[in-house]
Design a protein around this ligand. Sequence first.
Ligand SMILES: Cc1cc2nc3c(=O)[nH]c(=O)nc-3n(C[C@H](O)[C@H](O)[C@H](O)COP(=O)(O)OP(=O)(O)OC[C@H]3O[C@@H](n4cnc5c(N)ncnc54)[C@H](O)[C@@H]3O)c2cc1C
Length: 385
Amino acid sequence: MLIGYEETDERRMLRETVRAFAENEIRPQLPQAELEQRFPLPLLKQMGDLGLLGVNGPEAYGGGGLGMVEAVIVTEEIGRISIGFSSGMLVAGYIKPGAIWAVGTDEQKAKYVTPALRGESITAFGASEASAGNDIRGIRTVARDMGDHFVINGHKTFNTMGPVASSEIILAYLERDEEKARPMVFLMVDTDTPGVAIVRVRKHAFKCSDMGEVFLSDVKVPKENLLGDETGAARGELMRIFDGERILVAARSIGLAQAAYELALKQVGVREQFGRPIGEFQGTGFKLAEMLSEIKAARLLTYAAASYYDQQVEHKLDTAAAKLFAIQVAERCASACLQIHGGWGLIEGVNDEVVRNFMDSRVSLVTTGSVEVQKQIICRLLGVM
Ligand SMILES: Cc1cc2nc3c(=O)[nH]c(=O)nc-3n(C[C@H](O)[C@H](O)[C@H](O)COP(=O)(O)OP(=O)(O)OC[C@H]3O[C@@H](n4cnc5c(N)ncnc54)[C@H](O)[C@@H]3O)c2cc1C
């Protein structure tokens, strides 16, 4: 079993390609994207052309045929430039197509996965609702079985990339007249279907991705739009995809932590107080030592979880531990970086990346299973809760 990961020539080349793309193409477009709170869509197409979307996806549908470790490399490097951009990229090119390539029919894969991995269309994910956050069982969206089609009614919140998506994966309770049981199902909904309305939402973090609320009013979708099945047999495979999402959330957090570390390292060398660089004060210099050590530890945990995922060995505990640690390391590094910048981290137009990292580091603490929920998962796996 591989612990950590092996940096092969291919992986090194992939990292260099992504880093160059992120520095040269993404970074210059961030200020405008953040201002407008719109993901720069042409970059998605460029990433598709370069083969940087779905590197772990099936080659038959335009993926790279590689593994989770390679997906982590891409996500870490993109997260180093902007974790907000990486969230849009993950929705568009990894997690949502990933769910479809895992359990979709051949028709669904051809219709949704292939264009998504070319960067030409986006599938968003509608699970959260006003009353259903971490406890997803609280959703009120319902898909009524009408015999030859479903009719969906509901309201989805926090819909990343929804305003620019051409389709949604909608989580709903399936209802039938004659049955009491209401299984949870995933349904593909094209956003141009009558009855679908998506309203833009502005946010305080992840500003360079789009977000919306989705209103579903008597939305008629054909039976073949069911993703997976209604008996829950596909749920195991989908859970594997969502576990994978947590590894990628850890990866993008390492990217953010690395960016904060690099900014802090630069600042302690150039900022002088009391006649010397502030890095020479132990209270400041030691912060860098802690940041670097924690980033290295988070990276090892995350690449190990990705390796286990690829080898299909049990990795639930490693995934939860990697996510829990990496998102907290990102928060600590972003906070330390802001502290090192003093007041100059808080003035608009001076060190915007410093405060952006600070705000963005908060998001992963509450999404895709919050800090508290990761701790619960670990406690359950340990048998203490
Ligand atoms: C930027 C962003 C993008 C998002 N994108 C999407 C998307 O594309 N699609 C989508 O469906 N959703 C999306 N979400 C929603 C996200 O999944 C939810 O925010 C998340 O599930 C948490 O739900 P909540 O915010 O309602 O918090 P709540 O679940 O209300 O939690 C509030 C607090 O209570 C704590 N808590 C809750 N339950 C427990 C418990 N059992 N034990 C201990 N503590 C607990 C939590 O840890 C948290 O601190 C996004 C959110 C954000 C901020």
